[in-house]
Design a protein. Structure first.
Length: 189
């Protein structure tokens, strides 16, 4: 007969954090800088190279880059990096603890980035626009709409960042109100 297996230690300090307490098993940090930097570089390359805002040998433009496309690209990169950098309550392991089962709304970021891509792209280089409107329509209809698309994309991205920021985890008093820790679910004055 073999000996019974040794009993599991009863001292919680000897086994490390327990899975029943998510605040001990996850990092409570609110911001993820590496993921933010990767998202920034990825967005810059995803939009900048095919639109030829970043000069490259693969793509070209028939219409020169307009002055407002540079700040739109920069704002898109910064807002996308901010969204990816803010950790959600689900990632921090606090979603079930704080009752935050709200969706993260990644569709806002996706739509915002693709809208920015259409906004800063050369109006006559976009094959979809050329097929739908022709060259005259691309210059007469699409080009004047592009600044409005840029504003829409930045509004979508800003909304996504604000939404994610408000849904972030409140660890270590990060969401304190007036010097006192905020009570989750309590109305604020």
């Amino acid at each position: 007969m073999s000996a019974p297996p040794p009993a599991a230690p009863t001292d919680p300090d000897s086994t490390g954090p327990t899975p029943s307490d998510p605040s001990e098993t996850t990092d409570p940090a609110v911001f993820a800088p590496v993921r933010s930097a990767v998202a920034a570089v990825g967005t810059l390359l995803l939009i900048g190279i095919p639109t030829d805002i970043l000069p490259n040998p693969l793509f070209g433009r028939e219409i020169p880059v307009r002055w407002w496309e540079y700040p739109v690209l920069a704002a898109t990169v910064l807002l996308t990096a901010a969204w990816f950098g803010i950790r959600s309550a689900r990632e921090a392991g606090t979603a079930s603890r704080v009752g935050s089962d709200r969706p993260e709304r990644p569709a806002l970021v996706t739509v915002g980035v693709f809208t920015a891509w259409f906004a800063v792209a050369c109006p006559v280089c976009n094959k979809i626009v050329l097929l739908l409107l022709g060259t005259t329509g691309a210059l007469g209809v699409w080009a004047p709409l592009q600044p409005w698309l840029a504003a829409l994309s930045l509004a979508l991205l800003t909304g996504a960042v604000v939404y994610r920021w408000r849904a972030r985890p409140c660890g270590d008093g990060a969401c304190a109100v007036g010097g006192r820790p905020a009570i989750v679910g309590a109305p604020t004055r």
